[in-house]
Write a protein that binds this ligand. Sequence first.
Ligand code: ATP
Ligand code: MG
Length: 252
Amino acid sequence: MSVALAIDDLCLAYQDRAEVLTDLSLRIASGERVALVGPNGAGKSSLFLAIAGILKPVSGRINLFGNEVKPGAFHPDVGLIFQQADDQLFCPTVEDDVAFGPRNLGLDADAVAERVASSLAVVGASELAQRPVHHLSGGEKRIVCIAGALALQPRLLLCDEPTSGLDLRNRRCLIRLLQSAQQAMLIASHDLEFLLEVCDRALLLDAGRMVANGQVAAVFGDVALMEAHGQERPHSLHPHHVRHHQHPRSDA
Ligand SMILES: Nc1ncnc2c1ncn2[C@@H]1O[C@H](COP(=O)(O)OP(=O)(O)OP(=O)(O)O)[C@@H](O)[C@H]1O
Ligand SMILES: [Mg+2]
């Protein structure tokens, strides 16, 4: 299987702070869905910013589909759903915002309109198209952010807390959407049940270092490991008398 993302010896820091990511190396194959978990401040969002070319590494290499990521350049292969919707949304209307990526790809007006319509439709938000972005609710903003990233049709999707603020219907819609999507994904979330349903593999970060990299139910089901890094084994991985969880990776 071809490599979507290759990171070697990555170190990240902000101007006024010590290192927030130290010697991180990882590979994600094309089509693979990988969970990224860890405590607040572990470095998950910083890693996403570096992969998207927004945060310049102190050292190390990031390679996307065979091309080196250059900080500040436009990388159409990667679609980032920001943790804070207000960091992503900046156009007057929803339609303009979702159209921003496709326009940057140089598509003509009809193709842009088609991308906008299909991306909003797939997240169930077609009726929001003409709404001013600043009037949207928190969950509506999140859905528009997801549509904006999908509109790029990226080969790697970076999702930073994508279920945060979503009601259960929209959370379920997102799970189905991600399960059926073909692209590679790296998904940071504190919603471990969501990750169990969507991802194949999990990375656990703590204090800027990778402390686990393995099959998602194996990592999340390791009580000692999870508790050592501020996590809890998710409910569905606890032994059950009656099996009632649907995800195939659970023995519970
Ligand atoms: N712009 C910034 N300037 C200085 N420090 C920052 C900046 N952004 C993040 N940090 C610091 O970098 C560290 C890693 O932050 P990051 O946002 O990557 O964590 P995270 O794993 O995404 O956490 P969370 O689960 O809360 O989203 C934290 O200590 C944070 O305070
Ligand atoms: Mg974060």
